[in-house]
Design a protein around this ligand. Structure first.
Ligand SMILES: [Zn+2]
Length: 323
C-alpha cells in the first residue's frame, strides 16, 4: 500500500485502509481534526487548548433554548475545565457533546462565572462526569434565593419540552479570594471579585496562554447588564485592566477579544449611565424620567439596547439615590 502521511485525527490513512470495513474506524473517518470538528459544532480554538462556544446576542427564547452566553473549555495534559454551561440542560448537553469531540481528558472542573441563568442552567448536563462545581462564595445563597424565578422564567421562555432536565446545580467548591487549579501543563487562577455585574462574579486566568475569562464583567457588542453595583463595577474596571493578558473572553460578545481595549466601551457606557442618573437625581427627577432619557447617547452603540438600558437605569437610580 502506498505510504501516505495524511492523518485523520490520530489515525493514519494507511491504518484506515488496512482496517477498512471496521465500524469503529468508519466512525473515526469524519474527524478530520479535533479543531475542525469543534469548529463544525460551533466551538472555536481561540488559543492552544482554549475552546469557546459563542452564544447568540438575543433574549432567551424557544429557538435558542437559552444559548445566549459564551461557554469555554480549557484542556490541559491531565484534565479539562469548563467555564459556564449555557441556559438550559439541552444547551449544556450540546456543549458536553462538543467537548467530548474535542478531548477525552476527564472534565474535572465546572466553573460558573456568576449566578445568571444563561451561564448556570446547563450545569445539570455535567452532573454525572465526576467534576467539581466551582463558584464565588456568594453564589450558593444568590442562586438559592433566585432558583424558583430563574427556573420559572426559563421554562416559560424556552418551552416545556426544551426545558426538560434543567435544574439548579449549586457549586461544591467555593472561591473566597483566589483558587489555583492545575490541569497539567497549565494552571487556572480563579478570583472572587467584589460586587459589580452581580455580587458573585468570578474571573479566571489561564497561565499557559495568558487568556483572561471575565464572564459578564466584560460585555462586548451586547449591552452590559447591571445586577450588582454600578459604583462597584466602575471601581473594579481599572483593577481588571491592570491584569496583563494576551486576550480576553467576554461573557457576551465575540469568542475572543483584545485586552484591555475591549473593556473601554463598557466603561464608557457605565460612566454615562452613572453621570446621567446622578444629574437627574440632583435635579429631582423621578425614576421613570430617568428610564426615559438616561444613557440615550449610547443608543445604536449596543446590541439589545432597548431590552436592557431601562433596567440598567432603574438599577443605577435605586443605588445612586442613596449616595
Ligand atoms: Zn450575567
Amino acid at each position: 500500500m502506498r505510504k501516505n502521511s495524511r492523518t485523520y485525527g490520530e489515525l493514519s490513512r494507511k491504518d484506515f485502509f488496512q482496517g477498512a470495513g471496521s465500524a469503529l474506524l468508519l466512525t473515526l473517518l469524519p474527524r478530520v481534526s479535533p479543531a475542525a470538528e469543534a469548529e463544525r459544532i460551533g466551538v472555536s480554538e481561540v488559543a492552544p487548548g482554549i475552546f469557546v462556544h459563542g452564544g447568540q446576542d438575543a433574549l432567551v427564547n424557544a429557538a435558542n433554548r437559552g444559548d445566549i452566553s459564551n461557554a469555554c473549555c480549557i484542556v490541559g495534559t491531565a484534565a479539562a475545565a469548563v467555564i459556564d454551561t449555557g441556559g438550559s440542560y439541552q444547551v449544556g448537553k450540546a456543549l458536553f457533546e462538543a467537548i467530548r469531540q474535542i478531548t477525552r481528558k476527564p472534565i474535572r472542573y465546572i466553573i460558573n462565572t456568576h449566578m445568571h441563568p444563561d451561564h448556570v442552567l446547563g450545569n445539570a448536563a455535567f452532573e454525572g462526569v465526576g467534576a467539581e462545581f466551582i463558584g464565588h462564595h456568594n453564589l450558593p445563597a444568590a442562586l438559592a434565593a433566585r432558583a424558583e424565578s430563574y427556573l420559572r422564567n426559563a421554562r416559560e421562555r424556552i418551552g416545556e419540552e426544551a426545558f426538560a432536565g434543567t435544574k439548579i446545580v449549586l457549586p461544591t467548591k467555593l472561591v473566597t479570594d483566589t483558587l489555583d487549579l492545575d490541569l497539567g501543563g497549565r494552571s487556572l487562577t480563579l478570583k472572587a471579585r467584589p460586587t459589580a455585574h452581580t455580587n458573585n462574579d468570578l474571573t479566571i486566568f489561564d497561565s499557559a496562554t495568558e487568556t483572561f475569562f471575565l464572564g459578564d464583567l466584560l460585555f462586548s457588542g451586547h449591552i452590559p447588564t447591571l445586577d450588582g453595583s454600578i459604583i462597584g463595577w466602575l471601581k473594579l474596571i481599572p483593577e481588571l485592566m491592570r491584569e496583563k493578558a494576551a486576550r480576553a473572553i467576554p461573557g457576551h460578545g465575540p469568542k475572543s477579544t483584545a485586552w484591555p481595549q475591549a473593556i473601554l466601551s463598557e466603561q464608557r457606557y457605565l460612566e454615562t449611565i452613572a453621570r446621567d442618573v446622578r444629574a437627574m437625581i440632583k435635579d429631582g427627577k423621578t425614576i421613570d424620567e430617568a428610564v426615559a432619557s438616561a444613557g440615550q447617547s449610547e443608543r445604536g452603540k449596543w446590541q439589545l439596547f432597548d431590552e436592557y438600558n431601562g433596567m440598567n437605569v432603574t438599577a443605577a437610580f435605586t443605588e445612586l439615590e442613596w449616595e
